[in-house]
Design a protein around this ligand. Structure first.
Ligand code: PLP
Length: 734
């Protein structure tokens, strides 16, 4: 079985559409020619020293391209490149980066290679409907995509032989535009191929790789793109090809296209064409991991293959279960796709004929019970993946409770074979540069690759308090600078009303205790919890001696009307003069803004209604940057809160309507604990207790809530046991 492909320059596509060749790429001096290769692998996006190279070449261009290496090399002046190619200091740094870059194509020397050398030739296919890899590639909507992107980056760092499969939504997700009335309207945000290292993939014959599938009775050709994320190839499927029927060309255009049937078609492409694409490229994975149920048709296509090879359906099912992993990501019903039989019949029919089974047998995989007329992707996954995990300890309990009936309700809950691996965040993506540099002083330059998490936590705890505070203040000022500049540009380009300027953070002060709240605007996340008592909130924010300010950001799903109403409420509060400009709403939340925000605020708010947040990751990102979380005891916080790394809202005593109680607790903690602790200090100096809490937030996050710990969990408890054929724990659903 082939190893993951080395990080060489991706194959150039012979046919359109491909990014036009770059004038600047042709003028890169020979001596520093590999800058082009580096720019074509998103590896540079989390490497400080690689980023620094671009910064040294042209600081202001690096900034104005918003740290995009592809765009940068397109625009940089040849004279500047020539100059750097003569500069010994630059060349020394360049050579060092190139040496590290070249290590990506070596299989040895990684965490995975040293522990599992015999498994290096196996491939783990990782399917996800979204990937957040870089701001320039809008093929994600929120937490699920960020998790998948971080999973790939960490797999690269650890040398895990992962091959990722997703969809190329060339029309992107959406750009958020908010009217004066606070109502979100959604405009397109297409992928710009000139700023992305995404390339069409060719098959063995040198022509673009195309795989055929049947959708709704029509043959559709599916094309493939590839983006390299360090060692990990991410293959993205699309149907926008001349040879396809017009209607089919837009199948993969938009992330989460509206309407269940188009969604079903996309999932059919992801699952079925995803498997066929890997086969066409000669990649034979040993392990197959579906990140959420969207990708579950991948199990079905593999069953079809096995049956075609002569296995009986039960034998095929057993083999699929032994090699498949399924991660469930939410207890919220809207997160689980359900399709009607009619839709399944329309889109997938008559696939069952090619599997040698009946339509009834086919739909039974996703059918809750014999009398139901719908098909659930999560059920399909629970039945066909032998290894199933939730994404936090608390979410495992919820998932076992929710899905227990699948195993028969007389089975004790703790025997339901659903495990958990708590989500994490990719440290080098989410910890801000000045903090990483601070830690490098005690841990050495290569600490991000080499240091043990416990050693990092220990190093965090002995950082000099005043230096940590100074770095944090610097990051906070950077955030405010960014917020103001964004507001200035939008004021110039699109906004007509000054209220928008105030509401977008123009009146924020960099010296005031700043709370951050940013994530998708789903109602259960309760962005508006504090707004339930506007007068008390006004008193909190506008206290003349110890003021508080809040920065909000986030998009509502285009079809989520209640979520849009919450957003509208927050948005109008930001423009309400009685809050004196101490609430800001930042439009268009995405990866880059998230990075700024988690690094620049003082406290992170996380207020999901228990137990609806499966994990939540933005609080981990904030914690990595020394912003303690104030949150309900849900998801990761139920296991991450230690007593001195933030604050916890106690579990509500009343069943049913916890909002009032949670809100009271939230205000009490803010007024009675957070504000006094923050302001109880000599001006210009940090409060010792506050810095202690910052360090604890960081230490706990680096030790327990990074993707390093998470991926090692997947490898040791899921990938390796499946790869070596260990028995599946627990009973299959009957
Ligand atoms: C981390 C992140 C999320 C997920 O945040 P949660 O706290 O898990 O809800 C969503 N969007 C972006 C852009 C992120 O960076």
């Amino acid at each position: 079985m082939p190893p993951p492909e080395p990080a060489q320059a991706p194959a150039q596509p012979p046919a359109a559409p491909s990014p036009p060749t770059t004038p600047a790429l042709n003028t890169i001096p020979e001596r520093i020619r590999q800058l082009a290769d580096i720019s074509q692998n998103l590896w540079w996006s989390w490497q400080l020293d690689a980023r620094e190279l671009f910064d040294r070449i042209d600081h202001s261009l690096w900034r104005s391209t918003r740290h995009n290496a592809v765009q940068f090399l397109r625009q940089v002046s040849p004279a500047r490149l020539e100059q750097q190619a003569q500069d010994p200091i630059f060349l020394e740094r360049y050579d060092r980066v190139v040496r590290r870059f070249e290590l990506l194509s070596q299989r040895n020397g990684t965490w995975f290679a040293s522990r599992y050398p015999e498994l290096l030739d196996r491939a783990i296919a990782y399917f996800s409907a979204e990937f957040a890899l870089h701001r320039s590639l809008p093929i994600y909507s929120g937490g699920l995509g960020v998790l998948a992107g971080d999973h790939c980056k960490e797999a690269s760092d650890l040398g895990v032989p992962l091959i990722a499969v997703g969809l190329y939504y060339h029309g992107g997700y959406f750009d958020q535009q908010i009217g004066l009335d606070g109502w979100q309207s959604d405009s397109v945000d297409p992928v710009d191929p000139t700023v992305n290292p995404v390339f069409r993939v060719n098959g063995g014959d040198g022509n673009p790789c195309l795989v055929p599938i049947t959708i709704a009775g029509r043959q559709v050709q599916v094309g493939v793109w590839r983006v390299m994320v360090g060692r990990i190839p991410v293959y993205l499927l699309d149907t926008d090809l001349d040879c396809n029927d017009k209607a089919d060309r837009s199948l993969t255009a938009r992330l989460y296209a509206s309407g269940t049937e188009s969604r079903l078609r996309q999932e059919w492409v992801l699952g079925v064409a995803g498997v066929r694409m890997l086969r066409a490229l000669g990649i034979q994975p040993t392990i197959w991991h579906a990140n959420e149920g969207h990708a579950a048709f991948m199990y079905i296509e593999r069953m079809r293959e096995l049956i075609e090879k002569g296995l009986t359906p039960p034998q095929a099912k057993e083999q699929i279960r032994a090699t498949s992993i399924f991660t469930t990501h939410t207890p919220v019903p809207a997160g689980h796709d359900v399709f009607s039989f009619t839709e399944i019949e329309q889109v997938a029919g008559p696939f069952w004929n090619t599997m040698g089974i009946t339509r009834e047998q086919f739909v039974a995989f996703g059918q809750p019970g014999p009398s139901d007329q719908h098909y659930e992707m999560t059920l399909l996954s629970l039945r066909l993946a032998g290894r199933v995990n939730a994404v936090s300890a608390r979410h495992r309990e919820e998932s076992r409770r929710i899905w227990r009936w699948v195993w028969g309700s007389d089975k004790p809950v703790d025997e339901i074979p659903i495990g958990y691996v708590t989500n994490g965040v990719h440290l080098s993506t989410w910890m801000a540069r000045p903090l990483r540099e601070l830690l490098a002083e005690s841990l050495g330059a290569d600490w991000e690759a080499d240091a043990e998490p416990a050693a990092v936590a220990a190093a965090v705890r002995i950082i000099d308090a005043e230096r940590l505070w100074a770095v944090h203040e610097g990051l906070r000022h950077l955030l405010f600078h960014y917020v103001r500049e964004e507001a200035r540009h939008r004021w110039r380009d699109t906004w007509k009303d000054p209220a928008k300027l105030a509401g977008a953070g123009a009146l924020l002060s960099p010296n005031v205790l700043t709370l951050g709240f940013a994530r998708r605007f789903a109602t259960y996340k309760r962005a508006d919890l504090l707004l339930h008592d506007p007068e008390r909130l006004r008193r909190l924010l506008t206290d003349p001696r110890r003021p508080v300010q809040i920065i909000f950001s986030g998009k509502a799903h285009p079809a989520d009307e209640p979520g849009k109403r919450v957003l509208q409420r927050v948005f109008s509060a930001a423009q309400n003069p009685s809050f004196e400009g101490r609430i800001a709403f930042l439009e268009d939340y995405e990866l880059h803004l998230a990075q700024r925000l988690v690094a620049g605020v003082d406290v992170w708010l996380n207020l999901p209604r228990v137990p609806l947040e499966a994990c939540g990751t933005s609080g981990m990102k904030a914690a990595l940057n020394g912003a303690p979380q104030l949150g309900t005891l849900d998801g990761w916080w139920a296991e991450g809160f230690t007593g001195d790394n933030g604050w916890a809202i106690p579990l509500p005593k009343t069943e049913g309507e916890p909002d009032q109680e949670d809100m009271e607790h939230l205000f009490e903690i803010l007024e009675g604990k957070v504000v006094p602790l923050y302001y109880d200090r000599v001006p210009g100096k940090p409060s010792a207790e506050w810095v202690h809490m910052m360090k604890e937030a960081m230490a706990v996050a680096v030790e327990r809530f990074t993707t390093r710990r998470m991926l090692q969990g997947y490898v040791t408890r899921y990938y390796v046991p499946a790869a070596v054929g260990e028995a599946i724990p627990g009973d299959p659903p009957p």
